[in-house]
Design a protein around this ligand. Structure first.
Ligand SMILES: Nc1ccn([C@@H]2O[C@H](COP(=O)(O)O)[C@@H](O)[C@H]2O)c(=O)n1
Ligand SMILES: C[C@@]1(CO)OP(=O)(O)OP(=O)(O)OC[C@H]1O
Length: 158
């Protein structure tokens, strides 16, 4: 078994939606990023890479590389899964926490779990996903951006 953790933040900017956990959520702000700014999938990728000490998302998908401009972060997630599989590992389970005052996450949580589970080839019951505000405190509390934390457990294949 191997354990990994990941954390990501993106700031709000102009826009009419955010991508979170591979799900498009209508919002009066967007997230500033080189890719689609999906903090949930970025934190999860970092957790999976971290579990095998393979560095982080920026190492494998550098923001300096135009290939990843406006990229769908589900592609990062699928590539991270492939990196694990090449080395004989698979996801046991993952757990994600999203920190923001808005948008409301609860109505979209099941869709995010299903999307992540599908991309990682695991059952939905292997993906935990929850949200919290930070009670008005800090950058998330001031509505300046969204943070996400992820933990995952990897199991040896076979
Ligand atoms: N952006 C968010 C934040 C929270 N929730 C849900 O509301 C519950 C209460 O949040 P607190 O910060 O007051 O603990 C929380 O358990 C989430 O289910 C949400 O959907 N979206
Ligand atoms: C995802 C990448 C892709 O270029 O860029 P961003 O979308 O800016 O996101 P970040 O969380 O800063 O991770 C770095 C990069 O890998």
């Amino acid at each position: 078994m191997r354990i990994g953790q990941g954390f990501d933040v993106h700031a709000f900017g102009d826009g009419d939606h955010v991508m979170l956990g591979g799900v498009r959520i209508a919002h009066d702000r967007g997230l500033l990023a080189h890719s689609d700014g999906d903090v949930v999938l970025h934190a999860l990728c970092d957790a999976m890479l971290g579990a095998l000490a393979l560095g982080d998302i920026g190492l494998h998908f550098p923001p300096s590389d135009d290939r990843w401009k406006d990229s769908d972060s589900r592609e990062f997630l699928r590539q991270c899964k492939a990196m694990l599989a090449e080395r004989g590992w698979r996801l046991g389970n993952a757990d994600v926490t999203i920190v923001c005052e808005a948008p409301r996450i609860a109505p979209h949580a099941e869709a995010m779990r299903a999307t992540i589970a599908s991309d990682l080839g695991v059952g939905v019951d292997a993906i935990g996903l929850k949200a919290t505000t930070s009670e008005g405190l800090g950058f998330t509390g001031r509505g300046e951006g969204i943070a996400a934390l992820a933990t995952c457990l990897l199991l040896r294949d076979g």
